[in-house]
Design a binder for this molecule. Sequence first.
Ligand SMILES: C[S@@+](CC[C@H](N)C(=O)[O-])C[C@H]1O[C@@H](n2cnc3c(N)ncnc32)[C@H](O)[C@@H]1O
Length: 363
Amino acid sequence: MGDESLADRLHRRIADNGPLRVSEWVEAALYDPDDGFYMTGGRAGRRGDFLTAPEVGPLFGVVMARAVDRWWAEVGRPEVFPVFEVGAGPGTLARSVLRAGCEAARSGALRWWATEISPGQRRLHPTHDLLRSVGSLSEAVTAQDSGGGGSRRGLVLANELLDNLPFDVVERTVDGWSMVVVVADPSGPGFATSLGPLRRDAIAELAGLAPDAEPGQRLPWQPRARGWLEAALAAVPEGRVVVIDYGATTSDLLARGDGWLRTHTGHRSRCRWIDEPGHLDITADVDLEQLQLYHRADVVVSQAEFLRSHGIDDLVAEGRRIWEERASVGDLVALEARSRVREAEALCDLAGMGSFVVAEWRT
Ligand SMILES: C[S@@+](CC[C@H](N)C(=O)[O-])C[C@H]1O[C@@H](n2cnc3c(N)ncnc32)[C@H](O)[C@@H]1O
């Protein structure tokens, strides 16, 4: 702390306590209260470090507003319907949904809890009667419950959160699986990786998930994502949990080499995740099989299918009509209508965001 950089502090931790698990490294690099990437200004957005679906433009929120109404209807249109958006970033999705409007909002049932761990990003959240901004899901659930409107029939929603939860890395060895750990680089001032022991239960689970892994192959190991799912399911025991993220099966991840682990800063992808802790976003593809080991999702579809099933094509056609009528006016409504075409292309592009996974648990 103080003048000591995060890298210096991590060096000291390793010298004092031994190698760090990758999850400990990622936790510090992304969420250290003083120097973590997300705590010091890193964020989604055109002026941020990477683009997410809500940041492509308002269309994603317009479709999500329709989806919120469907989920609300499916659980019986309760008088109070909390939506716990976890990892809300600067609040762009909440802003678009509330601006688009939906039946749950008009009827007064909707309570939107934008939960975001970074205080700097929370300060960017919109001001709206139906929106509250807090740091964590448990805080939001407690506040919702103590406000008298129980949260049993609600929605937990997370767009591109799970890929950012601290994950470990495991490596197949000749006689089993080992934990990849971070050590001080013996040949320089930086950091390097080495192998350490892995718990037996994890080894057994990996043996089931990746029986054909070859020595030297690595996978993300994501108990934090599984723990998050447990908490999310418990938060809305008669509702819905919906996760949108880049994910793949264990065998697909194995085939990607180390390609499932990426870094971003200022829209540039960098390769060495152990360089410059605190200055890079570090993210891992979500292993959908690990995530569903104990709770199988009721629906898993691509983002493109999900958006189509909630009428994105109609919204684009409507946008075209509005543009034709108002092109000569050229006002915001006309421009927003025209931009729907390009937004939909980006959101449904199967070589990009369209291939993301939307997983839904019906609790
Ligand atoms: C990749 S960003 C996605 C932001 C936003 N959902 C979007 O789609 O643009 C992930 C966000 O999750 C936040 N985050 C990570 N762990 C969190 C947690 N346990 N609770 C709340 N927010 C968290 C990070 O600070 C970051 O802003």
